[in-house]
Design a protein around this ligand. Structure first.
Ligand code: SF4
Length: 443
């Protein structure tokens, strides 16, 4: 038995970080990473349940794994994460070649599940959601692939119950880590040479650090900016209803807090926001954007939008379009509404025909692409400070990195630049990135 594992991850940054935690746990259990599927003794599929399409991809992937299992019956296949929690044991009834499933809160049981399967057990399920303080949970040391940028979870779960969303059902209620534990993890990452950390949570703004001294999210950011030693700190995701002005103030105060905010608006119409159970108005959202831009003029702003939500009229859709034109986001993740069973919205009449949803989606995507390109053009001749991440995906011997505001920047450099902060003057722009020439080192 060579004890090699392979993890296939679907979904968001939180899921990718969960896969690092699963890998860390497997290392503690004596496993090593396999170079590919063929070399693995255990294949884990870490799943996303947010959209139906994400689960369809998971099922298609598991279908391909069946062929592998037919040729190697000793291969162990586990399905982890939100999809496993959401589908439950029905997943193994539908796909009996899956040996076990485990939910997002059961990372530390995966080694034991593998052992039980090897001892002859089958179709095991670990799906409990213990209502424990995060600080009391034994945290596993993540096994990270990236050596410059790291994810650090600060809060798990969600209490918001947006009417279209399954997250509170599959990830449970909010649990914050202590500020002390987060600071310690960040300081250790600095000691290991990491330059940038992204703090993760379904709603980072509702972070409330437990312990003797409680911390709000702005206070946590202030602590990390003063004491972690990190060159850059980012965070996702912010809920507009919980974004306090003190957060904007602390971001404006510290250079290491990246001028970047992902602020999902979901719709530009108040009646649709009410039906989504979002608890803010568009007037409030616009006030937030105005306040952020007045204190942090170079802020990078991105958002999530759902078109075709139950009851969305043409008038509602035009309000979303107007909001997009007014905010002028740097980019936007735009989806058309799909029913998720178990959510409150699944009880509503899915009133917008698919062709209307798709037309609205295409219209907004085109608008946003135009805005993104215009914003990139406005950068021509300007200098951007970037953290150099490595060779560029554009090839041609280029290297690339990101600005604090999250613009992808390509330039002609060399391997010595990787991991350094550099200044690049923008000379060419593309749909999703810009290109320029190296000006100087900035540290
Ligand atoms: S804030 Fe809303 S959309 Fe985000 S995870 Fe929670 S319930 Fe889902």
């Amino acid at each position: 038995m060579t004890n090699r594992y392979y993890i296939q991850t679907f979904g968001c940054q939180m899921n990718k970080h969960d896969s690092e935690r699963i890998a860390g746990h497997l290392h503690e259990c004596g496993f090593k990473p396999a170079l590919g599927l063929e070399q693995a003794d255990v294949i884990l599929v870490n799943t996303c349940y947010v959209r139906e399409k994400a689960m369809s991809k998971v099922f298609a992937y598991l279908g391909r794994l069946r062929l592998l299992k037919n040729t190697r019956p000793d291969l162990i296949i586990g399905v982890c994460g939100c999809g496993a929690q959401g589908e439950g044991k029905a997943l193994m009834e539908r796909m009996p070649w899956v040996d076990f499933i485990s939910g997002p809160q059961e990372v530390l049981r995966i080694g034991e599940l593998v052992s039980q399967v090897r001892s002859g057990s089958s179709h095991l399920a670990a799906l409990s959601m213990p209502d424990l303080d995060f600080e009391k949970l034994p945290l596993v040391q993540p096994h990270r692939d990236d050596s410059l940028k790291a994810w650090v979870t600060i809060i798990e779960g969600c209490n918001n119950f947006c009417s279209y969303c399954v997250v509170p059902f599959v990830r449970g209620r909010e649990r914050s880590r202590t500020a002390r534990a987060i600071l310690q993890e960040c300081q250790e990452l600095v000691g290991q040479g990491y330059k940038e950390v992204t703090l993760l949570g379904q709603n980072v703004n509702s972070y409330r650090g437990p312990g003797r001294q409680t911390y709000s999210f702005p206070e946590l950011l202030d602590l990390l900016a003063r004491e972690s030693g990190l060159g850059r700190v980012r965070f996702v995701t912010s809920h507009p209803k919980d974004l306090e002005h003190s957060l904007i103030e602390v971001m404006a105060r510290h250079a290491s807090l990246c001028p970047f905010l992902h602020l999902p608006v979901q719709s530009g119409s108040d009646p649709v926001l009410a039906a989504m159970n979002r608890h803010y108005s568009i007037a409030h959202y616009r006030d937030l954007i105005t306040a952020v831009r007045s204190m942090i003029p170079d802020i990078g702003l991105t958002t999530d939008i759902i078109v075709g939500f139950p009851g969305e009229t043409e008038h509602d859709f035009q309000a979303t379009r107007s909001l997009l034109e007014w905010v002028r986001y740097d980019s936007a993740y735009i989806f058309h509404y799909q029913v998720r069973s178990g959510t409150a919205a699944a009880q509503m009449v899915d009133s917008v025909p698919l062709e209307v949803k798709l037309a609205r989606l295409a219209e907004l995507v085109e608008l946003q692409n135009t805005i993104t390109l215009e914003k990139h053009r406005a950068l021509l001749g300007k200098d951007l400070d970037i953290l150099v991440e490595g060779p560029s995906k554009r090839g041609q011997g280029l290297f690339s990195g990101r600005s604090g505001s999250n613009v992808i920047v390509h330039f002609a450099g060399n391997t010595h630049d990787i991991g350094l902060f550099r200044t690049v003057r923008v000379q060419e722009v593309f749909a999703h990135s810009v290109k320029g020439t190296l000006r100087s080192s900035t540290g």
